[in-house]
Design a protein. Structure first.
Length: 265
């Protein structure tokens, strides 16, 4: 069984900042008895809410809080972890994914409507918030946790504006192949974005299919979640493709005109 360092790490991080248990309890809205139990290792299974509090307050990923003995690291390395340069991260700073299930104990596909976008950024790990979202089941989905997100704009044409993208949760961002289409959930007031994602050097390179839009980068510290594209649905009826025979004839006509021009030249 792997050694876990959560209890010793949160005690170390508190003492590193020279805070008493009373001060940290107040800052994290925990009782002192609860904090003592967590730091001593008496609480074997901390709640998800408590894990989020410690991870966000100390700016250390949950992977590192549990798996890495922070007392063995240099001050420089700890500062790198706090800055988001977490060599132990598999993607995001918080590895908690709340889900809902149906009566058969199978995961639902939650739909995040436009009006819920702002709330999703603060409630994405809150089961009560997810319980309020519309949800459905969909056959033939691959293994994993899926959600549906609406997209706006034409930056990813030919996927049309107003489409709903069904995507699979990515728990290890570093495993994404360069140029993978994904929904990226950003922090703060930033919107969800649907882009081709390339992960490198603690940042994401985001590119549109529509060349009118310039690519840009965001640091991983500004990213909450990444969901890999699976499929999309739209109310728009597709434009008919040109008849292949007509297209072939047009190509032949152009070739003949080109030959005639060369002959006259």
């Amino acid at each position: 069984m792997a050694t876990l360092f959560f209890h010793s790490n949160i005690r170390f991080l508190r003492e590193r900042r020279k805070f008493s248990q009373e001060e940290i309890s107040e800052k994290l809205d925990l009782s002192r008895n609860k904090l003592q139990a967590l730091e001593s290792g008496k609480t074997k299974n901390p709640s998800a809410a408590d894990l989020v509090k410690f991870s966000e307050y100390f700016k250390i990923s949950m992977d590192s809080l549990f798996k890495v003995d922070l007392t063995k690291l240099s001050e420089l390395k700890i500062r790198e972890l706090e800055a988001g340069n977490d060599v132990y991260m598999t993607g995001t700073k918080i590895r908690v994914l709340a889900i809902t299930v149906n009566n058969d104990n199978k995961e639902n596909v939650e739909y995040v409507p436009v009006k819920a976008k702002a709330g999703y950024r603060s409630g994405y790990s809150d089961p009560d918030f997810l319980a309020m979202l519309p949800k459905f089941s969909m056959p033939n989905l691959p293994a994993g946790t899926h959600r549906m997100f609406p997209i706006t704009g034409d930056s990813m044409l030919p996927v049309p504006d107003g489409s709903d993208v069904i995507a699979c949760y990515v728990d290890d961002w570093k495993q994404l192949k360069p140029g993978t289409p994904c929904i990226v959930i950003l922090k703060g007031e930033q919107d969800f974005v649907f882009k081709l994602v390339t992960v490198s050097d603690n940042q994401l390179f985001l590119k549109s299919l529509n060349s009118v839009y310039e690519p840009f980068t965001v640091p991983v510290t500004e990213v909450l979640e990444i969901w890999q594209f699976h499929c999309y649905q739209t109310k728009e009826f597709p434009e008919p493709l040109p008849d292949l025979k007509v297209l072939a004839k047009a190509v032949r006509d152009l070739q003949e005109e080109f030959r005639d021009m060369k002959g006259k030249g």
